[in-house]
Design a protein around this ligand. Sequence first.
Ligand code: FMN
Length: 174
Amino acid sequence: MMNETIQTLLTRRSIRSFRPEAIPQSTMESLIQAAKFAPTAMGLQDRHFTIVNDAKILDHIVEVAVKNGATFLKGHTPFYHAPSVVVVSAPENSRYGRENVACAIENLMLAAKALGLGTCYICSVLPGLQDEVIRKELKLPENYIPYGCVSVGYPAEEAPEPKPRRTDDVTILP
Ligand SMILES: Cc1cc2nc3c(=O)[nH]c(=O)nc-3n(C[C@H](O)[C@H](O)[C@H](O)COP(=O)(O)O)c2cc1C
C-alpha cells in the first residue's frame, strides 16, 4: 500500500553534502514542531532542541570530541558543512532520554524530507557534545545532556539508492 507519508518514509536517505544557504526560520520552526510531536515516555516532553547555525560552535564540538577520544578519518567533516545542526538533549537521569531523543530526531528527519530538505543523524560527535564545556556553550537546561544531533540543509547531492532491506528480520507469531 502506498501513500504520501509512506513514500516519504521509504525515500528518506541520509544526506552528507549540503548547499550553503540557510534554512528559512519558518521552515526550521516546522521541523521543530514535527519533532515536538514525536512520542515521549509518559508524555513528559522532557527533551530540548538546540538549533546551531554557527559553524564556529560546530568546529568547537568536533575539536572537543577529538580531545575526548573521537576519531575521524583525515578530511572527514562530521557535520558535513550543513548550515544548521539541531542538537537534541534530555535530562541526564531520564530513564528513556535516549529513546525520546531518537523519536524526535526521526520525526524531524521525515518532516525535512517532506519539505525538500536533507538530514543526517549524527552521533559520532557525542564525545564532544556531552562534554561539560560544550553543554555550557549550548546553554542547555540544567542537567540536560545531548543524546544525538541532526545536520539539516538543502541537499547538494542525490542520495544513493537505499540498500536492499534484510529479509530475515521479521518473526510472525503464531
Ligand atoms: C543513532 C544513529 C547514529 C548515526 N550517526 C551517524 C554519524 O555519526 N555520522 C553519519 O554520517 N551518519 C550517522 N548515522 C546515519 C546512518 O549511517 C544511516 O542512517 C545509515 O547508514 C542508513 O542510511 P540512510 O539513512 O540513508 O537510510 C546515524 C544513524 C543513527 C540512527
